[in-house]
Design a binder for this molecule. Structure first.
Ligand code: UDP
Ligand code: LCN
Length: 792
């Protein structure tokens, strides 16, 4: 594929439309060095080839193919270098000489150096500039080839492992050695030293199976524990004779003729994970009164729900393994001494609705604040799995996992790099405010150190046809003056796994489950939606309460685009005649907001309400923190036969989409980001284009018009939404996947020890020589800037 672009298509293209191309390239280079984006290239090409038919010809034949796949081009006259993204995670770099139209494939380094010429010519020529290539350490690691396999790492790892176990009997030796290491607080699990070869284990398994066949299926493990011990088996195989026999059969089959399904199933049963540490260190991490405080959106919900689901699944697995062990999950976060009335200054807080899980707050800012010591003390030993969240949490998690030698998973549903255009090449402009130099360095360290990466969607890894994924944007990039990354992460690495979150189904359940409904909230919700007064909690009145409600709930920031939804509604008379609009989020007084962006959005909301005279058709309710009441609110909206609308300009995943669908509310959600995968358009909900308000508001209006005509349409959509949730988006599915992944990759990292160690050594260097210094400088700079008295 790589060379097809240049050796085939490009020279051809150049020959065929030489005249037009020359003019295009002359135009591209006419303004000197610059970086051009896809849109920009297309516009300039259109202005050069004015004739539509001519343009279509050129576009169809050749140049179009390159231009339409080009993400950006570095123009350094007489050259134009294209970064051509011919598929998710697949880039080619092509350099064209604008004068004679000669074209060559170039390497990522060459492309990035040309790009650097635009911003920092001296540095781009510096032969000693730091260049990073993490892929160089991926020797021996299988690389996926198909885009359709991206994010399904665990299935492929199981296949690779199965293929490695094939051959002479001793090829499965690493598996036996691994089983020998399994223990809980020093007590052997699964097998003991007497079964230290494949042959011995195989024979013992056959004998044990015969022995177990004579027993009633439900015979408890304790009844035959002693006998199995004599064969060399320890606890962990199962709680009944049947379960033990099944697990033994899986292993026997793997030792006889390995197949990936048995490998995957075996690892889902092994007693490997009991104690988990999850890092979430930025923002206020608490269970109440934190919503609306800095950095506390869906992430806190995501982690708390996740902990409960993981604990439940751990308890069920441990029971099925026949063990009597108490699992522990610690969410480690930072202690905030001045906690503004929240519990974020409390060192340990039990997690509500969990039995063995706690939030642990460590004062990250003091010299003494060593999280590792605290974790070891509380768990009375090492954790079995460490999971990081977001840039800072992932970095700390990677350091602790390195220190303790524990399996590491990282998660970051939203990475910083793609939030701002050209955040890498223009990093110096942003650094004082956003510290991108440290952020991107931390991200590179954590994602490369991770044994596995959990993402909520495919697009998070490898994007869509038009938009590169968040991880993908770390493939190759450069920060002139700092370092150049020729291979930062590979989206085809089997470490990537998609495990989408769910919504707490004791809170978000279908409106039709009448007996479970939280009816005690109904008077308050009635007041919230329909009372006639305007106050601090709500403004606007729904004059015609017979109409269904379209509902949205989020923080009020630009990217959530609540103002967009308000405007689409305001403009579309047909939609306004069909439904009312209810928004939950933010507050009404911009001066009460601490966030400049939110202030602007709040002001804009008021302007739109005024401009489109929405006071009788729209209710704006301030941010709501009671999730039980919110769950009932979604259901009350469903009672009106309404819909949920998620209008974001970009949404990494979108928990509200899942919450609404769980409540049986038909949902319209942005095509930009995760919701595009959650919903199958027209089947389990609808996609909307936030950049095309008219089309979107008409799509919503069409739905309600159809519901008026066909009474079953609304119910069908509601049921299909629920079906989609139950099939793919529950916390139970998530917990099972994450624990299977943790267990499988725990073995995989041992299996690939040499490669892993080499990479970790490289990461150590990068951390010690680069990151530490940058972080120190950043801390000094921010201290200094705090000391400078403000100027007028
Ligand atoms: N939420 C809430 N009250 C509000 C706004 C939002 O409880 O006024 C909750 C919402 O129910 C969801 C979370 O905050 O659980 C937002 O998560 P999402 O993934 O939609 O967006 P994020 O804020 O993480 O970007
Ligand atoms: C961060 C986001 O931006 C949301 O899209 C997610 O739903 C949330 O985290 C929880 O994963």
């Amino acid at each position: 594929m790589a060379f097809a672009v240049v050796d085939g298509l490009m020279p051809d293209a150049l020959r065929q439309s030489r005249y037009h191309m020359k003019r295009c390239f002359a135009r591209f280079t006419s303004m000197g060095t610059r970086l051009m984006k896809h849109q920009h290239l297309m516009e300039e090409m259109e202005s050069v080839i004015v004739d539509r038919a001519e343009r279509a010809k050129v576009l169809e034949v050749s140049l179009g193919e390159i231009l339409s796949s080009t993400q950006e081009a570095a123009v350094v006259p007489p050259y134009v270098a294209f970064a051509v993204r011919y598929g998710s995670g697949c880039f080619d770099y092509v350099k064209v000489n604008a004068e004679d139209l000669s074209a060559n494939n170039i390497t990522a380094t060459e492309y990035l150096r040309l790009k650097e010429m635009i911003y920092d010519e001296n540095w781009s020529k510096d032969e000693n500039a730091l260049e990073l290539d993490f892929r160089a350490f991926d020797f021996g690691i299988p690389r996926l080839a198909l885009t359709s396999s991206v994010g399904k790492g665990i299935s492929y790892i199981s296949k690779f492992m199965a293929s490695k176990f094939i051959g002479d009997p001793e090829s499965a030796k690493p598996l036996v050695e691994y089983l020998l290491t399994l223990n809980h607080q020093g007590e052997n699990l699964m097998i003991n030293d007497t079964l230290n070869t494949v042959t011995k284990l195989r024979t013992a398994l056959i004998v044990a199976e015969v022995f177990l066949s004579s027993m009633a299926k439900d015979t408890p493990y304790q009844n035959f524990e002693q006998r199995l011990k004599e064969f060399g088996f320890e606890k962990g195989w199962g709680d009944t004779a049947e379960r033990v026999k099944e697990t033994m059969r899986m292993l026997s089959e793997i030792l006889q003729a390995p197949d990936p399904l048995n490998v995957e199933s075996l690892f889902s049963r092994l007693p490997v994970i009991f104690n988990v540490v999850i890092f979430s260190i930025h923002g206020y991490f608490g269970q109440s009164d934190v919503l609306g405080l800095p950095d506390t959106g869906g992430q806190v919900v995501y982690i708390l729900d996740q902990v409960k689901a993981l604990e439940e699944e751990l308890l069920s697995r441990i029971k099925q393994q026949g063990l009597n062990v108490r699992p522990r999950i610690l969410v480690v976060t930072r202690l905030i001494p001045d906690a503004q009335g929240t519990k974020c200054n409390q060192e340990i807080e039990p997690i509500i609705n969990a039995k063995h899980s706690h939030i642990v707050r460590v004062p990250f800012q003091t010299e003494k604040g060593d999280a590792a010591e605290k974790v070891l003390e509380l768990l009375e030993g090492k954790p079995d799995l460490i999971i990081g969240n977001y840039t800072d949490g992932n970095l700390v998690a990677s350091l602790m996992a390195r220190e303790l030698g524990v399996t590491l998973g990282t998660i970051a549903h939203a990475l910083e790099k793609t939030k701002y255009e050209d955040s890498d090449i223009k990093w110096k402009e942003f650094d004082q405010k956003h510290h991108f130099s440290c952020q991107f360095t931390a991200d590179l360290i954590a994602m490369n150190a991770a044994d596995f990466v959990v993402t909520s969607t495919f697009q998070e890894i490898a994007g869509s046809k038009t938009r590169p994924g968040q991880y993908e944007s770390h493939t190759a990039f450069t920060m002139p003056g700092l370092y150049r990354v020729v291979s930062g992460i590979d989206v085809f690495d089997p470490k990537f796994n998609i495990a989408a979150p769910g919504a707490d189904q004791s809170v978000y359940f279908p409106f039709s489950e009448k007996k479970k409904r939280f009816t005690s909230f109904h008077p308050a919700i009635e007041e919230l939606l329909y009372s006639k007064d305007n106050n601090d909690e709500h403004i606007g009145v729904l004059a015609d309460r017979k109409k269904p409600i379209i509902f949205s709930m989020s923080r009020i920031d630009i990217v959530k685009n609540i103002t967009g939804l308000t405007e689409w509604y305001g403009k579309n008379k047909r939609l306004r005649d069909l439904v009312n609009l209810v928004i939950v989020g933010g507050c009404f007084d911009p001066s009460k907001s601490k966030d400049r962006e939110e202030m602007e959005e709040i002001k804009k909301m008021h302007t739109l309400i005024e401009k489109y005279q929405l006071k009788d058709q729209m209710r704006w309710i301030a941010a709501q923190t009671d999730r039980n009441r919110n769950g009932e609110l979604y259901r009350c909206i469903a009672d009106t036969k309404g819909a949920f609308v998620q209008p974001a300009l970009y949404e990494a995943f979108g928990l509200t989409v899942i919450e609404a669908m769980n409540c049986g509310l038909p949902t319209f959600a942005t095509i930009q980001g995760g919701p595009a995968e959650i919903i199958v358009d027209g089947v389990s909900g609808f996609h909307i284009d936030p950049y095309n308000g008219d089309e979107t508001s008409n799509k919503i209006a069409d739905f309600f018009a159809k519901c008026k005509k066909h009474s079953g349409h609304w119910n069908r959509m509601s049921e299909e939404g629920l079906r989609r949730i139950y099939e793919c988006y529950t916390w139970n599915i998530y917990a099972k996947k994450v624990l299977n992944i943790g267990s499988t990759y725990g073995f995989w990292r041992q299996f690939k020890k040499e490669q892993k160690n080499a990479k970790l050594r490289y990461i150590d260097l990068f951390y010690n020589l680069q990151f530490k210094k940058m972080a120190q400088d950043m801390a000094i700079k921010s201290e200094e800037s705090q000391q400078i008295p403000p100027t007028e």
